[in-house]
Design a protein around this ligand. Structure first.
Ligand code: ASP
Length: 415
């Protein structure tokens, strides 16, 4: 059976097991005995991320003849990333303003949801406060590491690893051939080994996805299946609006631009990146999915090493079209619930802040909601209002991560 079929089977069986265990009230067994296999899978993916970025980026750059090509790739990548993010936000605003999901929200639920999710919301608000308190150029400062080993010891420091790897790669190209050749060969060899490790981990993906999905259902429903329905009901229109936007990105926007620019058709594109999309869906983390995104783009989409090793890690960190789209819809939805009319300047503020907020969101589950606090602040809405949409965030996070990963892959191919 091809791997992607095995992964889909894992996903379906995981969902079924999750639902069945909620019905039979044995959710805690799933949490204790099944979910750990999912956690192990995510840990293995994360384990390989830092070595993979370092080795593949150095080996990619060292094969370039002149380093000016790198700045051309960098410029194009950044430009297209920002362009697709802004398109996603504009689309989000059109959707939220025409479908008006806030109008369907039952008013009496406002106080209830605020109370129920107050402490969860507070945790996000505290994380957002740290970002808000920093100066305008803090992001630039943060990209530059002061200790390689410190940066490499935390997957959060992806941009610092990229910075050091690019520096190392450029220095390797500029060094004398006699000295640099053995190092280049060593990096090429290491690169192959790490890609093999990713493939070994992927053999385990069907089990990992199975366990993650079963655990997730139990986590959402507890031991009572009615929990999911009561949670979803008041936020149904909001969730549908976000889903329409996200589906449009995955099913129309990216396939169309990739077809127009590269000639790769819908079916080939999806076949190529399907394993990465499935992992994004089950892990809700573009960072954990990154090794597989890189593997799919190389093997199935034929993206060159110097491009994929640079464009994809950067994309996983700063290009989050799904996240920016969700942040814009969520901001307008909350404004509608509060009875606020957003004028054109406030909508433009959302375009700007959601672009920056998605760039600043970490590639981990739930990070988009932390930065949503900043988008809300920019249009005068209090941070505590995120409690209103907390209940469905985990589910929407799975889909927006699929969009984030699909966008990175499409742009890597375009570049
Ligand atoms: N989970 C998303 C990602 O990793 C970020 C977010 O929107 O929360 O891509």
């Amino acid at each position: 059976m091809p791997l992607h079929n095995k992964i889909i089977s894992g996903l379906i069986f995981g969902l079924l097991l999750g639902i069945a265990s909620v019905f039979f009230g044995i959710g805690n067994y799933i949490t204790d005995w099944v979910m750990p296999f999912g956690t192990i899978f995510v840990k293995m993916l994360k384990l390989v991320a830092v070595p993979l970025i370092f080795v593949s980026l150095v080996s990619g750059i060292s094969n370039l003849r002149d380093t000016s090509k790198l700045s051309r790739i960098g410029g194009k990548t950044f430009g297209i990333y920002v362009l697709t993010t802004i398109s996603a936000i504009i689309l989000a605003l059109i959707l939220a303003n025409t479908l008006e999901p806030g109008e369907y929200f039952p008013e009496e639920k406002t106080a209830e949801l605020k109370e129920k999710y107050a402490s969860d919301a507070n945790m996000k608000i505290t994380s957002a406060k740290n970002v808000e308190d920093s100066g305008p150029l803090q992001m630039m400062i943060d990209v530059v590491p002061d200790n390689f080993f410190y940066s490499a010891s935390n997957n959060k420091n992806m941009l610092q690893i990229i910075f050091f790897s690019v520096l190392f790669g450029i220095a390797l190209v500029l060094s004398s051939k006699k000295k640099s050749d053995p190092i280049k060969k060593a990096f090429d060899g290491l690169n192959e080994i790490i890609i093999k490790i990713v493939e070994i981990i992927m053999e385990y993906a069907p089990i990992g996805v199975f366990a993650l999905l079963a655990g997730l259902i139990v986590d959402l429903a507890g031991d009572d299946p009615n929990n999911i329905i009561t949670t979803l009901k008041p936020l149904l229109y909001y969730a549908i609006t976000v889903l329409i936007g996200l589906s449009f990105m995955v099913l129309v926007f990216y396939p169309l631009i990739i077809y127009l620019v590269t000639g790769v058709n819908f079916k080939s594109f999806f076949k190529a990146i399907f394993p990465a999309q499935m992992l994004a869906f089950s892990t809700s983390s573009s960072a954990a999915t990154l090794p597989v995104t890189i593997d799919c783009c190389e093997k199935n989409l034929g993206v060159k090493k110097e491009v994929r090793s640079f464009v994809l890690p950067l994309g996983a960190t700063i290009n989050m079209d799904g996240t920016s789209m969700y942040q814009a819809i969520a901001a307008v939805f909350i404004a509608q619930v509060l009875g606020m009319d957003l004028d054109i300047s406030q909508q433009l503020t959302i375009v700007l802040t959601a672009t920056l907020a998605s760039i600043g969101s970490a590639a981990v589950p739930g990070a988009g909601m932390v930065m949503l606090v900043i988008v809300l602040g920019s249009i005068g809405i209090g941070a505590d209002k995120i409690a209103l949409i907390f209940a469905v965030d985990r589910l929407l996070d799975m889909i927006r991560t699929v969009v984030n990963v699909t966008g990175d892959s499409a742009i890597a191919k375009i570049i």
